[in-house]
Design a protein around this ligand. Structure first.
Ligand code: ZN
Length: 259
């Protein structure tokens, strides 16, 4: 395992060259992203205790399936500003670099814990959203899926609570709330990707959220090489093949330049 302080520019370049070599010699590289990649785009991490989001709210009171079912006004008052922020956010250099690595054939899929849609906005094609997406909404009563435009119009522009166009019940954003399981099909596909991969690149995740954080672990145990680009520590640091202890825009964000 190789690492140097992030202040040493030449050291960073050396590490990025090693990362580029690992990517160019891999057959099935997979990127695993967390909130740290989107903070540069102004998106707070809605599950993290240190995001500042929970200073005024108990997450279970506003962001749980219980809150959605019992206090929809409170729930939508909570999610509305987050939706407005996500709507206005633009992908940053790290998102764009991952999309470019996929376009060039190096990266086969992106597994993300984020719900902001910024990977898709930057051009990534195969994106597995473990915690769902804030872009669409589904009626939990009749199953009707509602597209982004309808959901955004009601909650952002009309400041309302979106009702199902079929049955009139309140529709829920396709975000995994506290108290809900991860979407099974997405999970299965992400799991499969982690069995196939020979190089998993963790970007902007401290790997604290379970069960998402078990995927890189599983890939590593299955023989994949592991690169971690995260400023803070993770529980897999000691087992990583390469640690990029640098900001994501200075890490994966410029990696393509070394390929
Ligand atoms: Zn319905």
């Amino acid at each position: 395992m190789q690492t140097v302080p992030s202040t040493e520019k030449s050291g960073n370049e050396h590490l990025l060259r090693i990362a580029a070599e690992l990517i160019s010699t891999s057959n099935h590289a997979v990127v695993f992203t967390g909130a740290g990649i989107s903070t540069h785009s102004g998106i707070p991490d809605f599950r993290s205790p240190d995001s500042g989001l929970w200073n005024q709210h108990d997450p279970f009171e506003v962001a749980s399936i219980w809150a959605f079912s019992h206090h929809p006004e409170t729930f939508f008052d909570w999610i509305r500003p987050l939706s407005i922020t996500a709507e206005a956010a633009e992908p940053n250099k790290a998102h764009k670099a991952i999309a470019e690595l996929e376009r060039q054939g190096y990266v086969k899929s992106v597994i993300t814990q984020n719900i902001d849609g910024l990977h898709q906005k930057s051009g990534s094609k195969k994106v597995l959203e473990l915690h769902g997406s804030a872009r669409t909404a589904t009626c939990s009563h009749c199953g009707k899926k509602h597209e982004q435009d309808y959901f955004k119009r009601i909650i952002i522009r009309e400041n309302g609570i979106p009702q199902c166009v079929n049955c009139g019940k309140t529709i829920k954003p396709d975000v995994v709330l506290f108290g809900e399981a991860l979407p099974r099909e997405v999970w299965n596909e992400a799991y499969h990707e982690c069995l196939l991969t020979d190089l998993i690149i963790v970007v902007g995740s401290s790997l604290e959220v379970t069960p998402a954080n078990t995927l890189p672990d599983m890939a590593k145990r299955n023989g994949a090489k592991l690169i971690i680009n995260n400023l803070g520590p993770t529980h897999l640091d000691s087992r990583a093949d390469l640690l990029l202890k640098m900001d994501v825009v200075e890490g994966i964000g410029i990696l393509a330049e070394f390929l």
